[in-house]
Design a protein around this ligand. Structure first.
Ligand SMILES: [Zn+2]
Length: 213
C-alpha cells in the first residue's frame, strides 16, 4: 500500500514537472514571437554615406581598432553585413560590381543556414578578376548566380532581405566604393519601396534563366 502511494506520489511529481516545463516553454515561445514581430514591424529608414574621408578607415578594417569618425565606413560596412545576416528565408542580391569579402562572407553565412540566395550580376564582372573570383566562389558553394551579358549594363546595386527590407543606392559592393568613393546606401522596409524591387528582381531572374552557367 505504502509502496503504491509512493509510486503514485512520484508519478504526480513527474507530471507536475513535465507540465511546468511545457508551460514555461510555451510562454517563452509566445514571448519570443511577440518580440520578433515587434522588431519586424518596426519602421526602418536609414541612409549611409561614403566619401574620400572613408578611405581613412580602410586601415582599421581588419585591425578592428576603435574609430571615432561619425560616418566610419568600417562601422557602416559591418551594419550592411548585419542586415544581410538578418535574413531568415530569402536573400536576393543584384549588384553591378561585387568583390567585397565581408559582404560575400555574410552571404555565405546565411546560405549555410538554409536561406535561399539568388544573385544577379553584370557580364562585366567576369572581366574583373576580383569580381570574377567572387562569382566563382559563390557558384562553388552552390549559391545561384545569374549574369546579364549584353551591350546594356545590369547597373543596379540593391539587395532584398526576406522580401521585406531593401538596401539600395549608388554603392557597388567593392572596397573602393566604401573606402573612397562618394556613394550612398538607402535601407528601408517601406512596403511601397520594397514591393517594386521584389517584382523587378523576379522579372530579371526569369529573363536571365539562360544566364546561369
Ligand atoms: Zn573608422
Amino acid at each position: 500500500m505504502m509502496k503504491n502511494m509512493w509510486i503514485f506520489g512520484r508519478s504526480n511529481k513527474v507530471v507536475i514537472v513535465v507540465f511546468t516545463g511545457v508551460l514555461a516553454t510555451e510562454l517563452l515561445w509566445q514571448l519570443y514571437k511577440r518580440t520578433r514581430s515587434k522588431i519586424s514591424s518596426k519602421s526602418i529608414n536609414e541612409v549611409l554615406f561614403f566619401s574620400e574621408e572613408s578611405s581613412n578607415c580602410r586601415m582599421h578594417a581588419v585591425s578592428r581598432t576603435p574609430c571615432d569618425r561619425s560616418n566610419c565606413s568600417v562601422t557602416q560596412l559591418r551594419k550592411l553585413c548585419a542586415y544581410l545576416e538578418s535574413a531568415q528565408q530569402n536573400l536576393d542580391v543584384c549588384m553591378y560590381l561585387f568583390s567585397c569579402e565581408d559582404l560575400a562572407a555574410a552571404i555565405a553565412k546565411v546560405f549555410c543556414r538554409g536561406v535561399v540566395v539568388r544573385i544577379i550580376v553584370d557580364g562585366g564582372m567576369a572581366e574583373n578578376s576580383a569580381c570574377e573570383r567572387r562569382i566563382r566562389d559563390f557558384r562553388e558553394r552552390g549559391i545561384r548566380v545569374r549574369m546579364k551579358k549584353s551591350e546594356y549594363l545590369m547597373h543596379h546595386k540593391f539587395a532584398i532581405i526576406d522580401r521585406k527590407l531593401i538596401l539600395t543606392g549608388s554603392t557597388n559592393w567593392t572596397m573602393q566604393a566604401m573606402h573612397g568613393n562618394w556613394d550612398n546606401v538607402i535601407v528601408s522596409n517601406q512596403l511601397a519601396l520594397v514591393k517594386p524591387f521584389i517584382a523587378e528582381f523576379d522579372r530579371m531572374w526569369i529573363l536571365l534563366t539562360t544566364g546561369e552557367d
